[in-house]
Design a protein around this ligand. Sequence first.
Ligand SMILES: [Fe+2]
Ligand SMILES: [Fe+2]
Length: 250
Amino acid sequence: MIRIAAVGDIHFDRKSHNRLRQHFHGLAEKADLFLLAGDLTQTGHPEEVQILADDLIDCPIPVVAVLGNHDYHLDQVEQMHQILKKAGVMVLEKNTIIMNINEQRVGIAGIKGFGGGFVGACGSDFGEPEMKAFMRHSKNEAQELENMIKTMDCDYKIVLLHYSPTTQTLIGERKEIYPFLGSYYLSEAIDHGKVDIVFHGHAHSGIEKGVTPGGVPVRNVAQPVIRHAFNIYTLEKNDHRHLDFNDSTV
Ligand SMILES: [Fe+2]
Ligand SMILES: [Fe+2]
């Protein structure tokens, strides 16, 4: 059994001191791992990142994160990585990590993802260079994700994204902006691997629960959606390696 605390879109700014830390008391008894699904800061400014790092350094369980579009805003991603690394946060950027939790190998493939849209309402790799660049970035992120999932040899396969792989967790968002909220290429990558669960954020007005076309559970853990410091998800595989899981709120 593994217990995952997860949240996205915490959007730390210069006034966010202690916003997460105050919820860490007793966390080690409730969860094994803390996942952050991007938009960790408002603009990616080093001051915002440092305030977040000062909170996360006190987290009693391992912290694994991906970045979101807000974190890229000031083009200081490299510095952000360094500040978070110093605080012990594992930031995944097109890479995987395998952790040993309760004698189970837990693999996490982390990537930001991108927009692009969903079947029947998506962009295409055609026309102006700007449009081609947009859709190629979308496809490349999904291809990288698929490659990462394939390389993971573990008991639990978790995908951590910022953008959504499905429209199911976007319900409540305006349909006109779906192409900026996620991409179906991501769900294709997920469904080609044997993924157990996907976490994402970015869709502040969406809903928490969805599933990919291939049946993989998806959870939109954007903080405005879950309305708590984080949620805790318990994953347990039975003798037939079938996954049971429960969601709870902290
Ligand atoms: Fe956000
Ligand atoms: Fe976002």
